[in-house]
Design a protein around this ligand. Structure first.
Ligand SMILES: NC(=O)c1ccc[n+]([C@@H]2O[C@H](COP(=O)([O-])OP(=O)(O)OC[C@H]3O[C@@H](n4cnc5c(N)ncnc54)[C@H](OP(=O)(O)O)[C@@H]3O)[C@@H](O)[C@H]2O)c1
Length: 250
């Protein structure tokens, strides 16, 4: 049977003229995502404290710290938003006994409350788009128990709960909500864990696929979740993790 598909249909993500907000697009995964979206003629909005020299010229930068009052960003957003990605996070690894209540609170504020605040501000514009997609980032550590991850795993566990709750609540507005749970990915956030060849090799070896992630690995999966190609996907937490989260590594 001929379905009338061609190469263009399979690769074309139908993003043209859509408005997508990336929070945390000045570095790492968010920056890689912006570079991919720019090839798809997306109108890109970015919230971060700093600009990136690597951005395409037409990225609209809304300067803000997600841990502060965000009420003023509303006026800088478009009336319709087709996608929202919250790519802000932390890697604060310490033995449990050295983690303070402040550590837990800071990780929760940056990873979870920041996302909640941004979603709250964007909800009207996401609804106005008719169909929209929200992508959040968990971590492989939310489900795979790892020593020294108590604080970040707690915060990312909350992200996974938030993803499912909002996916259920927003389905009637045709807003899809999904999360990606990456394992160690080569971004500035992970620089201390990847600062020597020995550390990089040891980290790669922990993964069944024997490599650490690249920002593109995560950005391309995010682009799929933003696109119409994932139009029937919501309430999912997808591991992009070289197999670390689910496979036994012999
Ligand atoms: N890299 C990994 O190994 C890994 C593993 C699992 C999960 N993740 C998750 O993946 C997501 C992206 O991480 P990444 O590795 O790409 O991080 P990254 O390279 O550190 O980039 C983080 C982005 O967030 C922005 N940001 C940080 N604090 C902010 C604040 N207070 N207000 C506004 N913007 C802020 C940064 O921009 P400014 O500094 O300009 O504000 C930057 O654009 C995070 O949710 C992270 O937890 C990463």
């Amino acid at each position: 049977m001929h379905y009338g598909l061609c190469c263009t249909c399979l690769t074309h993500m139908s993003f043209k003229d859509k408005n997508i907000l990336v929070v945390g697009g000045s570095s790492g995964i968010g920056l890689a995502l912006i570079k991919h979206l720019a090839l798809q003629q997306v109108n890109i909005y970015n919230i971060s404290r700093n600009r990136s020299d690597d951005w395409p010229a037409d990225v609209i930068h809304i300067q803000a710290d997600v841990t502060s009052d965000l009420s003023s960003i509303d006026a800088q957003l478009p009336e319709q938003l087709h996608g929202l990605v919250y790519s802000v996070g932390s890697i604060n690894l310490k033995p449990f006994q050295r983690l303070t209540q402040e550590d837990f609170l800071n990780d929760y504020k940056l990873n979870v409350l920041g996302a909640i605040d941004v979603i709250r501000i964007c909800l009207k514009a996401l609804k106005a788009a008719g169909e929209a997609s929200i992508v959040l980032y968990s971590s492989v550590a939310a489900k795979a128990g790892m020593p020294f991850h108590a604080s970040i795993a707690s915060a990312k566990g909350a992200i996974e709960g938030l993803t499912l709750s909002l996916a259920a609540e927003f389905s009637s507005f045709k807003i899809r909500v999904n999360a990606i749970a990456p394992s160690l990915t080569d971004t500035p956030l992970a620089k201390n864990l990847l600062s020597t060849d020995e550390k990089r090799e040891a980290s790669a070896k922990r993964h069944p696929l024997n490599k650490i992630g690249t920002p593109d690995d995560i950005a391309l999966a995010t682009q799929f979740l933003l696109s119409d190609h994932s139009g029937w996907v919501t309430g999912q937490v997808i591991g992009i993790d070289g197999g670390l989260g689910t496979l036994k590594h012999l």
